[in-house]
Design a protein around this ligand. Structure first.
Ligand code: C2E
Ligand code: MG
Ligand code: MG
Ligand code: MG
Length: 280
């Protein structure tokens, strides 16, 4: 893992390759253990309604704190999990956690809360994966309309027919679907029109540049109008400044998500935010 890499000496190509394989094997063993020991944590990041400022929706993001190696980012271990057949157990784990959290929010009187779970690109190739997700939510007695599955535009378009079929099945079961990291996939509009989605999440890269030129704003406006015409909601991802939030609001974007509003946090901290909001 990160700490085992030796940066002091330059490695030969073959050494480096071996180092990477060792690291991947180490990581996958540790991850298997982490899943068994329930070492993975679920953090939540709110999606804020730009019109009203209310936040009754949050995305679940997996967190792995390894006792020896420290925090390992999902950007690092999710691709490894995908390659080694561990992605479905992670998705199922996260979905269970989200169902438990929704139950908890219900008990605390926050019945309007919704949550989102990220699906991997591998999802579209796993036989019976949809059924397993649907069964989890049924067994936890959660209304599926309170759960949104996020799938990247790239993942969905890479296997369009299968993606359309499986996403439609999830929608028929009552879930909603969001296209994540939207705009980065270079997909043609013809493809995008075919994808059954309720929400379009405009990638952070577009939000980063939204304040720098009118041209960039026009591109975001185009995405918002496209979504509007297709009956979809829009979320601006990675909003870090007030200015970005203001422009998104002006352009008619529905929700904002990002460090400006709140970083992903442990659910206990998220609750504090709501109690403050409720008192105000
Ligand atoms: P994503 O689903 O697009 O999630 C957004 C990422 O951007 C998260 O990183 C979040 O912490 C980060 N972010 C949010 N607001 C800001 C901001 O204002 N500034 C900056 N710089 N970053 C912001 P994270 O949690 O490291 O996750 C990275 C990616 O890993 C996610 O991208 C998602 O594709 C994947 N991932 C995370 N959790 C899961 C999971 O449970 N299952 C699966 N399959 N993938 C997951
Ligand atoms: Mg996401
Ligand atoms: Mg995203
Ligand atoms: Mg992403």
């Amino acid at each position: 893992l990160r700490n085992t890499r030796k940066h002091t000496e330059p490695l030969s190509f073959f050494d480096r390759e071996k180092d990477d394989i060792d690291r991947e094997n180490q990581l996958i063993q540790a991850l298997g253990r982490a899943l068994k020991e329930k070492e993975l944590q679920t953090h939540y990041q709110v999606k804020v309604c730009l019109q009203t400022g209310s936040a009754d929706d949050a995305e679940a993001l997996v967190r792995w704190y390894h006792p020896d190696y420290g925090m390992i980012s999902p950007g690092e271990f999710i691709p490894v999990a995908e390659r080694h057949g561990l992605i479905m157990p992670i998705t199922e784990y996260m979905l269970y956690e989200v169902c438990r959290q929704l139950q908890k929010w219900d008990q605390e009187g926050m019945r309007s809360m919704k949550a989102a779970v990220n699906l991997s690109a591998r999802h579209f190739h796993l036989v019976g994966a949809n059924r397993r997700l649907i069964n989890i939510v049924e067994s936890m007695h959660i209304d599926p309309s309170r759960i949104e599955f996020e799938v990247t535009e790239t993942a969905a378009v890479a296997d369009l027919d299968q993606a359309v079929r499986l996403l439609e099945e999830l929608r028929r079961a009552g879930f909603t679907i969001a296209l994540d990291d939207f705009g980065t996939g270079l997909s043609s509009l013809t493809y995008l029109q075919k994808l059954p989605a309720d929400t379009l999440k405009i990638d952070k890269s577009f939000i980063d540049t939204i304040t720098s030129s009118e041209k960039n704003q026009a591109v975001v406006k185009l995405m918002i109008d496209f979504a509007e015409n297709a009956g979809m909601k829009t979320v601006g991802e990675g909003v870090e400044t007030k200015e970005q939030a203001e422009i998104l609001t002006e352009l008619g974007c529905h929700y904002g998500q990002g460090y400006f509003f709140q970083k992903p946090v442990h659910p206990s901290q998220l609750q504090t935010l709501f109690s403050i909001r409720q008192q105000a």
